[in-house]
Design a protein around this ligand. Sequence first.
Ligand SMILES: [Mn+2]
Length: 427
Amino acid sequence: MIEPERVEAQNTTLLAGHEADLEAVAACLERRGIDAEVVIGALQAFSAAAPSWALGTGGTRFGRFPTGGEPRTLEEKLEDVAAINAVTGATRSVSLHVPWDLPRDPGAIRERAASLGLAIDAMNSNTFQDNPETTQDGKVSFKHGSFANPDPAVREAAVAHNTAVIDLGVELGSRAITIWLADGINHPGQADLRRQFERVLEGLREVYAHLPPDWELYTEHKPFEPAFYATVNADWGSSLLLAQGLGPQAKCLVDLGHHLPNANIEQIVARLAMVDRLGGFHFNDSKYGDDDLTVGSIDPYQLFLIVRELVAYGGGRMPELAYMIDQSCNVKDPLEDIAQSTVALQHAVGQALLVDGTALAVAQDEGDAAMGEAILQRAFRFDVGPLAAEARRRNGAAIDPVGALRGVGYRRARIAERGAAAVATGL
Ligand SMILES: [Mn+2]
């Protein structure tokens, strides 16, 4: 737990400089006819969930090098998310992955989260591995897929797991389930492409039928890995077909890393928004594939263009979607990594809010490509740092989140408390 007074103490030495920067930026915006207070307010309202599985160090099949002091239990994971929120003020919920997180007493977890100022975001099911809790203690296996499996007993187990995740989510106060399926094939001829899709849709229909009326179901697409020849829900088109085949409570979730290189993700966002099937977001960045790198660390302009589409969908403000940071860090302290991603998101949201939509529409109607691009870049190149910092400060968080985490010695204290060898469940 990082008490607000300790964060405030970290802010003290930065405050004078911050206030001078903020004043300069607000004056600059005023000359453009923009009220800095409106942007700061919108940034204060923004929050993205932290994933419970990214609080420990990530790894690849080649190795893993733990940070030390990783959370050993779900309760400790909640404490770490609360610590991130203490410095960002924009991490007000946590997304759980079942059965990596399997609370024995969901009511107690819900209360513990609430006492830390956290809500439970979308639930995530897991049929991409065999776990005793999901495979009837090994009676079935997801080796050849879950919903797409040729064996009806396996398909039934997949449905049962997902409905159990919904039931658990109801007890935790969640309102959505995100389903990412590993279903697919590695070899031509291994399964029928069309039949696989039909089976997945049939299975998801059973899960959909189990949804409470105020819930949503998100289908998350990904082109490859672990299936390296043909993945069932490979792209936004497949995801949209699934959502449309299920009903109005089914929407698509866009994970930024789940696209082939050079895919125009902002256009995908615009398409899904156009048909009101945009449900959730998993933010990260990538250079080659599903790299799970820090948000905005590789291509901040793409992130800005994507968030700009969201703001357009929201009619000038960020729409209320299920936002989550989905990343995995192999070398940084995972908490610092999520804090950095949150700051990057705040910057992208701030920049997107500065776009002059009216002038942009005029330029587009006049076919003025140079002006249209200039309007976007004018917003992108503006330094919204002081606005984001002020939003954090007003939310009781840190002007410099990573500096504050280090300043209060959060990791050092966790290593002392949990041990250098403590390893979190998850990726
Ligand atoms: Mn994801």
